[in-house]
Design a protein around this ligand. Structure first.
Ligand SMILES: Cc1cc2nc3c(=O)[nH]c(=O)nc-3n(C[C@H](O)[C@H](O)[C@H](O)COP(=O)(O)O)c2cc1C
Length: 391
């Protein structure tokens, strides 16, 4: 017979997850130190280093699972070297680190916007030591993989970009959306902002016959991620429950609801084991997510020809611009990467979403697929702050 405490632990774990309205990343008001970065940096004092001000904006970029795998080296005056922290990867859900490279790109885009604001042109040289695979340790003499060497060049001709003003408002919004059709000018603005060589955008808007297929793929891909123990565990590992954990880590997926906090505080939430497919923890998550997919009026996608490391970084830059443009028009976005993930259990969803978007696997890659719609505002996600990123 199951011991009472063991039973409580299992029940507790299930209840914690069941109380989390759709992993990953949910929060009620977070501890102030975890979201202090959203207050923005102080103005650069005369003679001060503008690069820290720029980095303070770049760290507000979206990153898969909010891992913030950005390291910067400021030793060379006028330069920012961006490195990928290879201790912050998602080997199960992102086995080729495609999303990690995209997340290096989102950082570079915000860095570029912040530089313009200071009258600087950011000359971005991608992969100065050659393209790398984040999963392999860097070859000596390097201790980290360089994603980009950025030279900041004063340039009287540069103009601030209005998207800069959206950096502090942008959120990944995982709420239920209302079913209003996104305004045509908003959709146009997103498409116009989201540019990169050999990249196209795609929208499925209300009335589009493909909407039901989008919904079906999203639902099933999410269920598969939850019932695949190693991918579920990868999210559990970066789950931060309650103010103490959230403030300590300031990354990952925050859960700050009273019930999960209580259960975690009582030691009843075992994050070392994935729940079974029929556990309430999974069935409740599936139910919540399905309700959100039903409450999704539109989908947005980005498809690239080819899929080199540079293509992935540039796709990340384009995604950041798309989300900032959406924000400017009051539209929320919520990436749905499950079907795009390259682990075997997702192969049929990967094929299905590629077919639906007219992307021939091997030639074209769906880099981003997201819910799109109007939604109530949500809290910002934690950030570790500039010092945590400076080598
Ligand atoms: C490449 C990439 C993939 C992402 N995939 C997902 C996803 O599948 N599901 C999700 O809820 N959020 C996804 N996100 C959003 C991140 O979780 C989010 O950016 C992070 O938690 C920080 O929150 P913020 O965007 O509100 O600042 C993704 C972001 C990026 C850049």
């Amino acid at each position: 017979m199951m011991e009472r405490r063991q039973f409580m632990r299992v029940l507790g774990g299930a209840a914690v997850l069941a109380a989390v309205p759709a992993l990953p990343g949910c929060s009620s008001t977070l501890p102030a130190e975890a979201v202090a970065a959203w207050q923005g940096p102080a103005p650069v004092p005369p003679g001060g280093d503008v690069r820290r001000w720029i980095v303070a904006h770049a760290i507000l970029a979206p990153h898969s699972h909010n891992l913030q795998s950005w390291l910067v080296d400021l030793q060379q005056p006028g330069e920012i070297m961006l490195y990928c922290d290879h201790t912050r990867l998602l080997p199960e859900t992102d086995p080729h680190s495609r999303q990690i490279l995209m997340s290096q790109g989102t950082f570079l885009e915000l860095l570029h916007l912040a530089a313009l604001q200071q009258g600087l042109r950011a000359e971005i040289d991608l992969f100065p030591h050659g393209e790398f695979d984040p999963r392999t340790p860097p070859a000596p003499p390097h201790t980290h993989h360089a994603t980009a060497r950025v030279r900041l060049v004063p340039d009287a001709s540069v103009q601030p970009d209005p998207l800069f003003g959206q950096i502090f408002q942008r959120r990944t919004n995982r709420s239920a959306y209302d079913m209003r059709t996104p305004a045509p000018q908003a959709v146009q603005a997103i498409a116009a902002a989201c540019t990169a060589p050999r990249l196209r955008t795609s929208f499925a808007l209300p009335g589009d016959a493909r909407l039901s297929e989008h919904r079906a793929i999203a639902r099933d891909a999410w269920r598969v991620e939850l019932v695949t123990p190693r991918t579920m565990l990868e999210s559990l590992k970066v789950l931060r429950v309650g103010p103490r954990e959230i403030a300590e880590h300031r990354d990952g997926l925050s859960v700050n609801e009273p019930l999960p906090r209580l259960l975690a505080a009582l030691g009843l939430f075992d994050r070392s084991r994935a729940p079974g497919p029929d556990d309430m923890a999974v069935t409740q998550q599936v139910q919540d997510f399905n309700a959100k997919i039903d409450a999704t009026p539109a989908f947005f996608a980005m498809v690239t020809e080819g899929n080199t490391r540079s293509t992935q970084v540039l796709a990340g830059r384009a995604y950041a611009r798309a989300q900032l443009a959406a924000t400017a028009h009051g539209l929320a976005m919520h990436p749905l990467q499950q079907a795009l993930q390259e682990y075997p259990e997702q192969a049929r969803h990967y094929a299905a979403i590629h077919a639906l978007l007219g992307a021939t696997p091997g030639r074209a890659t769906v880099q981003m697929w997201a819910r799109l719609g109007y939604a109530p505002p949500v809290d910002p996600a934690p950030r570790r702050g500039v010092p945590a990123h400076v080598l």
